[in-house]
Design a protein. Structure first.
Length: 474
């Protein structure tokens, strides 16, 4: 017995945050367990668990106090003291100056209540459980999640960080004197979940190299998991060998990312869905649909502004029919808009040059929405809009997830029959493009932020797109 008491005093008590003088005033008696220090403060244990532990211990200690020589008392009460002190050493509650007294069987039978001196503060009593769990979840996310950005689209990365309620990580991505990419991370990422926002848009090679070296930097800094958030996946149009002696560049980019040590990829509207298969099974790819943002925008024009009438969704080529059908189905399912569907069949002379166009479907007297994944030089888009106008369409709109607007794209749109071109901010707009009144840019930051949060919390990503008819995420 004395040996065990000495162990408690020499080993367990020093772990508690008590002054040395107070440690000597703790006493163990067969009938009670008390101390005369002012307050014992620790952290990490819930109030409910602390109260249950202390009350259970106190009851056992007092009840067995009447049998100081029994084997049951020696084997259970003293280990109970050690267990309680261990809880105090690693637990989290305040122990007031009131001695820890429990009711004897006689007192309990008399109906007298006992107090352990443990009461949570009033704020802890009143705070709802759901709010506490949400706050702790957000705190864990802020502690373990790190969001960084290259130079490709800093504005989008900043907007995503604001949606998540965290700050953008401190990293320097610059150039050496000879033009080589220089990456220096100024934060500790050891054991953290790192997300890097970097579209590989123009200049594609520069932005791709920044992304590769940022992934390598985080891997060498012992990050637990690295997710590349690539709103626009460059080299995606080179996804197959359509002629002899050409690379499959989309697959080669995937292999480069895997070699650098990326664990997951988040993309928006890949040019071809099969690009997900270029990554191995150890690197899952989440291909988000940017069309959800456009659906809500055009639904508001139909219901609120009343500027969209008798809509027809048109695919600019055979490969985009599935995308146009999804756009049409979301308009009907989520917003109750019954739109038509048509398709353009085009013959190309070479990349970027169209020989002829034919329309499958009717657009006469309708407001047409051309849905595509990207707008590059806008040559195909403007020619399609003019052809659709000739087929009797009232007005022609266009929606695309990626607005590249290279070369003469902005001037072509301005002179075309297009009423409005709506894109998502996966790629930053150039200055001259921003001045074009026909071009509208929507933000995809809330969608990316929710995806990152769900992945970080190990929740389903597909549930983002299972929405109610009012258009809100479920």
């Amino acid at each position: 017995m004395l040996t065990k008491l000495r162990y408690v005093r020499s080993t367990i008590l020093p772990r508690c945050s008590l002054p040395t003088a107070s440690r000597q005033q703790w006493s163990f008696a067969p009938g009670k367990f008390h101390h005369s220090s002012s307050i014992l403060r620790c952290s990490g244990l819930s109030w409910q668990r602390a109260q249950i532990s202390v009350k259970s211990f106190a009851t056992k200690a007092h009840y067995q106090g009447s049998k100081p020589n029994s084997k049951f008392n020696r084997n259970l009460v003293l280990p109970g003291c050690i267990g309680l002190l261990t809880c105090l050493a690693v637990g989290g509650f305040n122990l007031s100056t009131t001695s820890l007294e429990a009711a004897t069987p006689t007192t309990a039978a008399a109906g007298q209540s006992t107090s352990t001196g443990l009461e949570p503060p009033s704020s802890a009593k009143q705070k709802p459980k759901r709010l506490k769990s949400k706050a702790s979840s957000m705190r864990r996310m802020r502690d373990n999640l790190r969001l960084f950005s290259g130079n490709a689209n800093v504005e989008l990365a900043q907007a995503v960080a604001e949606e998540l309620g965290i700050r953008l990580g401190h990293i320097h991505v610059g150039r050496f004197a000879d033009g080589e990419v220089s990456v220096t991370c100024h934060e500790n990422v050891r054991g953290k979940d790192v997300y890097i926002v970097q579209p590989t848009c123009a200049p594609a090679n520069e932005n791709l190299m920044e992304l590769l070296l940022m992934v390598s930097t985080m891997r060498r800094a012992s990050a637990r998991r690295i997710t590349a958030v690539i709103p626009y996946y460059g080299y995606a149009r080179q996804d197959r060998k359509d002629t002899a002696r050409v690379p499959i560049s989309a697959a080669d980019v995937a292999r480069l990312l895997e070699a650098m040590g990326v664990d997951r990829v988040i993309a928006v509207d890949l040019h071809c869905g099969q690009i997900q298969g270029f990554f191995g099974p150890q690197v899952p790819v989440d291909n988000l649909a940017g069309g959800h943002v456009g659906v809500d925008y055009f639904a508001s024009k139909y219901h609120e502004d009343k500027t969209l009438q008798n809509p027809v969704i048109v695919s600019p080529d055979a490969g985009g029919v599935a995308r146009a059908k999804r756009f049409r189905e979301e308009l009907k399912t989520h917003h109750g808009i019954d739109a038509g569907l048509a398709m353009i069949i085009k013959q190309r002379k070479r990349a970027g040059e169209i020989a002829s166009m034919d329309l499958v479907g009717s657009v006469e007297g309708s407001d047409v929405i051309i849905v595509d994944d990207m707008i590059d030089t806008a040559g195909t888009l403007t020619k399609a809009a003019n052809e659709i106008k000739n087929f009797g369409a009232q007005r022609v709109f266009a929606f695309a997830s990626h607005g590249l607007f290279n070369g003469p794209a902005s001037s072509r749109i301005e002179k075309s029959a297009l009423e409005e071109v709506v894109v998502v901010n996966t790629v930053p707009l150039r200055t001259e493009t921003k001045r074009n009144e026909k071009i509208t840019q929507l933000t995809i930051a809330p969608l990316l932020a929710e995806t990152i949060q769900r992945i970080h919390e190990k929740k389903s990503v597909s549930e983002i797109f299972t929405r109610h008819k009012n258009g809100k995420s479920s």
